[in-house]
Design a protein around this ligand. Structure first.
Ligand code: F6R
Length: 241
């Protein structure tokens, strides 16, 4: 794994946006794997600003998101579909019918996952997969487990994940308990992986991901086996290394 050390979140966001921009410039019809959450927000702002200035063209890009809560319609403010529309898709010249996210309104999670897996097979492996990391080392919603799930699957969210994500909801009880997530196999099939980590809260997970054993108890550790995984982390996130 390659590590890019940065001072703070602002620098992390600029570097991440530069890497994504380079991908789109080299391959205008690339497939981008995207993430929600706080980690990529600054990079999305940078990309939107470049697109607004006419310096970046998303018209041929396809995107596949990592995950979605089960039971939240795309119009619900807390859904990952809404997050992506608000923070990126509505601000760039992407064709909405090329933006894919698991269908959260389908209460039949198994079916939603099967359908999403078929979409991933159709659009092909991501050229670049963007990731955040959970405080417990999850990537996508692949929570610590006894094995690495390969394909898109239903997940019961871990207690730590519900705690970390309740900030986006009025009450903790409103946080959905289930999600549909790409599997580790889907993530590892990307040609390049770019993981962003910022803040002290991520320090333990980052240290274990980079220098601990590869184990499904620390899902992000699998990235040690990816031939082209790049981590951009700030000083706080690297404070336990
Ligand atoms: C989001 C996702 C999650 C987040 C992770 C970190 O689509 O799949 O794995 O990347 O929970 O979240 P933040 O960036 O909010 O700290």
């Amino acid at each position: 794994m390659e590590l890019i050390r940065v001072k703070n979140y602002q620098e992390l966001s600029k570097k991440a946006a530069a890497i994504i921009t380079a991908h789109i410039t080299l391959k205008p019809n690339c497939v981008l794997g995207l993430a929600t959450g706080s980690s990529p927000l600054g990079a999305y702002e940078e990309l939107a600003a470049m697109c607004a200035k006419g310096e970046l063209d998303f018209s041929q890009v396809t995107t596949v998101n990592l995950d979605e809560y089960v039971g939240l319609d795309g119009s619900s403010q807390q859904s990952y579909r809404s997050f992506m529309n608000k923070n990126l898709f509505n601000k760039i010249n992407i064709s909405m019918d090329r933006t894919f996210i698991p269908d959260g309104k389908n209460e039949d999670c198994e079916e939603a996952c099967r359908e999403y897996e078929a979409i991933l097979e159709r659009v092909g492996p991501a050229d670049l997969q963007l990731l955040g990391i959970g405080v417990n080392g999850h990537i996508g919603f692949n929570e610590p487990a006894d094995y690495f799930p390969l394909k898109t699957h239903c997940v019961r969210l871990a207690h730590e994940t519900i705690q970390a994500n309740k900030r986006f909801f009025q009450k903790e009880e409103e946080v959905p308990k289930m999600a549909c997530s790409m599997g580790i196999g889907n993530i590892m099939s990307a040609r390049m992986i770019l993981l962003l980590a910022s803040g002290r809260g991520k320090a333990q997970a980052v240290a274990q991901m980079l220098s601990g054993p590869v184990t499904p108890r620390m899902p992000a550790s699998i990235l040690q086996f990816h031939p082209r995984a790049v981590v951009i982390a700030d000083e706080d996130a690297l404070s336990l290394l």
